[in-house]
Design a protein around this ligand. Structure first.
Ligand SMILES: [Zn+2]
Length: 297
């Protein structure tokens, strides 16, 4: 459990599940064993990061790499279960049991780098889900990140690869400092990263334009077998961290835009940020309603 006052709190998980239940969505929580989840984390991270978190968790206190990443006795378990839920979600999609899967997880993951925890993130959940799909021969993949913060860890992991197209729509300049429009990939991955930075204060209409642009770039480059979504809800107008003005119907529209562009290909949405409990619950519900085609027009 994070210390009092830390925005990334266990109650966020309840909000994510309540929102999913209200939308009637297929939500997964981890059912896989610790060893399998740790193996999945190893596809993205150095063993040293995993072992630092495990050791500090065993001690029951400390920080992994940054003061944003405090550790309690439950942190290691929470982190591997978040990865585990994403691998489970990938398995649900592979088995054809659902076309829309919501991985209601915390801690978030998109800032976590190969050997460095940061920004409340320990393990990169969505990158592990993508690796799990690719290992089963399912690709190419799109990762669309609309958390208010740039998904630097995810971008970095896939930056030189052409099997995953990464697009991030985020407040800029802002934490973590990366995500300018000229970061577009490198080597074989050149042209497989697209950043859509937005100035603080962006409203629904600005977001719709940015999301449409990002989705269009994906489909001009690849035909994704699965769309993975880093769904952060901290661009909500009431979020205490973000500086954006997205409304709850705005998240529904973003969900509907993703549903439309996916053209029936599966969508695996993974929770990232969102730090106001009611806004998080209602935004999750709206987004999933939009994704499932249930939102009011
Ligand atoms: Zn965020």
């Amino acid at each position: 459990m994070t210390p009092p006052g830390h925005p990334e709190r266990p109650e966020r998980l309840a909000a994510a599940l309540e929102g999913a239940a209200a939308a009637g969505a297929v939500a997964v929580v981890s059912t896989i064993a610790e060893a399998s989840a740790v193996d999945a984390a190893r596809t993205v991270h150095a063993a040293s990061l995993i072992e630092r978190l495990r050791a500090l968790s065993d001690r029951g206190r400390g920080f992994v790499d940054t003061p944003d990443n405090p550790v309690s006795a439950g942190s290691f378990r929470a982190a591997w279960r978040a990865v585990g839920a994403c691998v489970d979600a990938a398995a649900v999609i592979e088995a054809g049991k659902a076309d829309i899967v919501w991985a209601a997880v915390r801690p978030p993951g998109h800032h976590a780098r190969h050997d460095h925890a940061m920004g409340y993130c320990f393990f990169n959940n969505i990158a592990a889900a993508a690796e799990s799909l690719l290992a089963r021969g399912i690709g190419p993949l799109a990762i669309v990140d609309f958390d208010v913060h740039h998904g630097n860890g995810t971008q970095e992991h896939f930056y030189q690869r052409d099997d995953v197209y990464f697009v991030s729509i985020h407040q800029y300049p802002f934490f973590p400092g990366t995500g300018s429009a000229d970061e577009t990939g490198a080597g074989r991955g050149l042209g497989f990263t697209r950043n859509v930075p937005l100035a603080a204060g962006a409203d629904d209409e600005t977001y719709f334009g940015a999301v449409a642009l990002g989705l269009d770039e994906v489909t001009r480059t690849i035909r994704p077998a699965v769309w993975l979504i880093s769904a952060g809800f901290d661009a909500h107008q009431n979020d205490p961290l973000g500086g954006m003005r997205l409304s709850e119907p705005g998240f529904a529209r973003i969900g509907a835009m993703i549903a439309e562009v996916s053209g029936g290909s599966p969508v695996l949405a993974v929770m990232e940020g969102g730090y106001e409990r009611k806004a998080l619950r209602e935004s999750v519900r709206s987004f999933l309603d939009g994704l499932a085609g249930n939102a009011a027009p």
